[in-house]
Design a binder for this molecule. Structure first.
Ligand SMILES: [Cu+2]
Length: 119
């Protein structure tokens, strides 16, 4: 092996090593993983805590004074929420403190889709 050939091989080896190091971080952000991360983010429901002021059983709605909903950048407020049909309102009472999750209903408005009594 002459010295020119040795030098070429050394440079080639260095180039391959550099390319592998450069490619490694990119492998973490393949399109497939980016899509996975997006799906996970979308499946995490906004959560809130509040106190029930009034229950509209016929309209399947609650009036709640809730704290900030960080995921939606909502401040605390008092408001009416539609409640998904699967949620049983019979066990709830005005004054109950609740943890709830939100999902976008058919009309695009957020509605409560799960309730857990917090007291
Ligand atoms: Cu609100």
């Amino acid at each position: 092996m002459n010295s020119v050939c040795f030098r070429t091989r050394t440079l080639l080896a260095k180039a391959i090593a550099t390319a592998l190091v450069a490619a490694a971080p990119l492998a973490v952000f393949t399109p497939a993983r980016a899509v996975d991360a997006l799906v996970v983010a979308q499946s995490e429901k906004p959560t809130g805590q509040g106190t029930i002021n009034a229950i509209d059983a016929a309209g399947h709605k609650l009036n709640i004074t809730h704290g900030p909903v960080a995921a939606l950048k909502w401040p605390g407020m008092t408001m009416d929420f539609g409640v998904a049909p699967a949620v049983d309102l019979a066990a709830l009472k005005p004054g109950s403190k609740i943890d709830f999750t939100l999902t976008r209903g058919a009309g695009g408005m957020y509605e409560i889709d799960s309730i857990k009594q917090a007291d």
